[in-house]
Design a protein around this ligand. Structure first.
Ligand SMILES: Cc1cc2nc3c(=O)[nH]c(=O)nc-3n(C[C@H](O)[C@H](O)[C@H](O)COP(=O)(O)O)c2cc1C
Length: 220
């Protein structure tokens, strides 16, 4: 089992609830699957560039123009995206660790998605075949913490809908969410209890992932 962990949180673990969820998730997963291959990317150490015109040309021009030849600058614009997409395509499971910021994913996480969710990298696109995955990712595990509490389908929550839509677009519909809500102790007396429940849930999701069968993709 190959796991790619993308973490978008600049805080140390002791100050970050979402990172504590990740710690619980990986402790359980490694206990149950000691052979699991884990690749960790902390986006604050490997910062994605913002999307550029050169990257747009390099990724999208071949879709519409079979004679397109990238310039050197356009080739170079794909350095970060290409490396990250390689890790993405080698993964069976992707774990995303992040806080909710301004009702959505942190900008650095969105910048990473803009880099890797691109034609020729993680999916192919054509009029005949539509969108086809170039990856073998079966599940995305989303580990998130927020100050407030959001009911399911709450219009203010642009985070889970963005993650579901972006990964659904490239054929990943299994999105397992562990959400430590109500983490602002000024407004919620039970923030510690909410955190403990989410940590237990992270451990349970790790048990489910450990039971998944990836033998088909390993044989490839
Ligand atoms: C810049 C910023 C924006 C935030 N925006 C929201 C928000 O829109 N909704 C919310 O419920 N909490 C918001 N919070 C609170 C965090 O989501 C909360 O502190 C959470 O525990 C952060 O996760 P972490 O502990 O893993 O860092 C925000 C915090 C910061 C620093």
């Amino acid at each position: 089992m190959n796991i790619l962990h993308i973490c978008a949180n600049p805080k140390p673990t002791e100050e970050s609830v979402s990172k504590q969820l990740a710690a619980a998730f990986f402790a359980k997963l490694i206990e149950l699957k000691p052979d699991a291959e884990l690749v960790n990317v902390n986006l604050y150490d490997e910062k994605p560039p913002f999307y550029s015109y050169e990257l747009f040309r390099r990724c999208w021009y071949p879709v519409f123009d079979e004679n397109y030849e990238p310039t050197k600058v356009e080739e170079m614009a794909m350095n970060y995206a290409g490396k990250q997409a390689e890790m993405f395509n080698a993964a069976d499971v992707i774990v995303l660790t992040m806080p909710m910021w301004n009702f959505s994913v942190p900008a650095i996480m969105k910048a990473w998605m803009d880099q890797v969710i691109a034609p020729g990298l993680t999916f192919s696109i054509s009029k005949e075949d539509g969108i086809k995955p170039l990856h073998k990712v079966k599940s995305v595990v989303l580990l998130v913490a927020s100050g407030s509490i959001y009911k399911e389908g709450d219009a203010r929550d642009a985070l889970t809908s963005q993650v579901r839509s972006a990964f659904g677009f490239i054929g990943i519909d299994d999105i397992e969410i562990v959400w430590a809500e109500g983490q602002n102790p000024l407004f919620f007396d039970n923030s510690e209890e909410n955190k403990a429940m989410a940590i237990d849930a992270a451990s349970e999701i790790a048990e489910d992932i450990a039971e998944m069968d990836f033998s088909e993709s390993e044989a490839e």
